[in-house]
Design a protein around this ligand. Structure first.
Ligand SMILES: Cc1cc2nc3c(=O)[nH]c(=O)nc-3n(C[C@H](O)[C@H](O)[C@H](O)COP(=O)(O)OP(=O)(O)OC[C@H]3O[C@@H](n4cnc5c(N)ncnc54)[C@H](O)[C@@H]3O)c2cc1C
Length: 449
């Protein structure tokens, strides 16, 4: 019996690898490059659509813990991330092309995986995994809508611009890591400092700039949803929407200067725009937290008001996209199989997990569970004290009202009895140590892992 996987993104590739490594024949369907999503730019498997950072690598951070669990669970994609990492302080940032090539090479050369470049437009026969992501093609989204009985399966999300390094004015911008977390003398991030007047001028320009109308989206047209009532995802709001929330919201959000001492003044600036290396050649930098939906010409005009970016040239402009997901708590059980059809699974952003590392985690567990389903074994049930287990538990048990994709966070883990007596640092170290010990113990007890 072969396993069908729809989508060669982060979750789909990890799921395919895990099932194939367990001896299951996998048909992995990827619609690119013939069909595009609007945000992906290549036909590569596991393409990172926006940021090149997989989040923190520090063991006492939620995302760092998740990655350490994934290493212990044998994740292909985290191994490829480690192999293609770039300097980024305490974060795991990768060269996006090297990362994709690593994943694609492993998938194409696996004797149990057949990679098929084709769009899936209907609900496939079980066993199958939906890992078609936040930009699931409109035809499949419609089929999923019919299958799940859900009316609206998407909200709005945005991606940040990428700037050419040689167009950044390094006489103004400076290198530094926040609170100098890395050993690097120079700092991995480029920081563009703004004083109070420059910040206010920038914010006003941002607020009065022209935006791309949302009503062009294919799915919106098909489903007849009103663009004016567009629902943004809280974790990835466009910078112009954040700016409108309050005069200082940007300065306390993506433009937070804390810990970024400017060597020319010896002080933190009033606000900062950070840029993070985007490729191994170090000639591209992306604007951290600067997701936007401004017209491309407006992005040039407004972002060039940022000191250090006066002559910025853009490799890619920011854009806004729909972001599809199902209401997992009402549709999925903890193994991420559909309640109404065991043997059909969802993984990745579509299953309600946000963030690259979380999407990889769900793909990993679903790949293993699909293999176990075929063998007639019970699915994995990771302890909820682990970040992976807690994420899967949350998306299958949360309140269905206003459900939104969730990313790794310590708040998902059960608190110990003496929690209130611990400092934040102490608490996070405790959570991490407990998670890894529980994971190791659990894995020793699982039949056929
Ligand atoms: C615009 C945007 C920006 C984002 N930025 C970030 C970020 O900076 N950091 C972060 O952590 N997360 C980000 N996310 C959220 C999410 O982590 C990523 O989108 C991640 O790639 C999702 O992984 P996935 O495997 O679920 O989907 P994807 O990686 O998108 O993979 C899905 C694959 O399925 C294919 N596909 C779709 N429909 C079909 C079909 N019918 N038949 C066959 N193939 C199909 C697609 O071409 C794609 O390759 C962003 C999401 C969006 C939409």
């Amino acid at each position: 019996m072969r396993l069908t996987i729809v989508g060669g993104g982060l979750a789909g590739c990890e799921a395919a690898w895990q099932a194939a490594e367990r001896g299951i024949g996998v048909d992995l369907y990827e619609m690119r490059p013939e069909q595009t999503t609007g945000a992906h730019r290549t036909g590569n498997l596991a393409e990172l659509v926006c940021s090149n950072s997989l989040g923190s690598n520090l063991p006492n951070r939620a995302s760092g813990l998740l990655k350490e669990e994934l290493r212990r669970l044998g994740s292909l994609l985290i191994a490829c991330g480690d192999a293609s990492s770039l300097p980024a302080g305490g974060a795991l940032a990768v060269d996006r092309d090297a990362f994709s090539s690593c994943v694609q090479g492993k998938i194409e050369n696996h004797s149990n995986i057949r990679l098929i470049r084709k769009e899936i437009t209907n609900i496939p026969e079980a066993p199958a995994v939906f890992a078609s992501g936040p930009l699931t093609s409109p035809k499949l989204l419609k089929a999923l809508q019919g299958f799940s009985g859900e009316k609206q399966l998407f909200f709005y999300d945005a991606i940040a611009p990428i700037v050419h390094f040689d167009s950044i004015n390094m006489d103004v911008a400076y290198r530094a890591n926040r609170y100098d977390l890395s050993d690097s003398q120079d700092g991995d991030y480029i920081n563009c400092p703004l004083n109070r007047e420059e910040y206010q001028r920038f914010r006003e320009a941002l607020l009065s700039s022209k935006r791309i109308p949302l009503k062009n989206f294919e799915v919106e047209i098909e489903s007849g949803v009103d663009a004016g009532s567009a629902q943004y995802f809280q974790g990835c709001q466009p910078v112009e929407i954040i700016a409108a929330l309050g005069e200082k919201t940007l300065a306390f959000g993506p433009m937070r200067p804390a810990g970024l001492t400017n060597p020319r003044t010896g002080r933190w600036p009033y606000a900062v725009v950070q840029l993070r290396q985007d490729n191994l050649a170090a000639d591209l930098y992306n604007m951290v937290g600067f997701q936007t939906n401004l017209l491309f010409g407006e992005q040039e005009r407004v972002f060039r008001l940022i000191p250090g970016l006066e002559n910025a040239s853009f490799e890619r402009y920011g854009q806004m996209h729909r972001n599809a997901y199902i209401t997992s708590p009402s549709l999925l059980v903890e193994s991420l199989a559909f309640k109404q059809k065991p043997g059909l699974f969802a993984a990745g952003q579509l299953s309600g997990i946000e963030g690259y590392a979380g999407n990889i985690a769900s793909g990993l567990v679903v790949g293993i569970n699909a293999a176990r389903f075929i063998w007639g074994l019970a699915p994995l049930k990771l302890p909820t004290t682990t970040m992976t287990g807690a994420l899967l538990h949350y998306i299958s048990h949360a309140e269905t009202k206003d459900f939104q994709p969730i990313k790794a966070m310590f708040g998902l883990l059960p608190k110990p009895e003496d929690d209130q007596h611990r400092s934040k640092k102490d608490r996070y170290s405790f959570y991490s140590q407990r998670a890894l010990a529980d994971l190791d113990q659990y894995l020793m007890s699982v039949e056929g892992f």
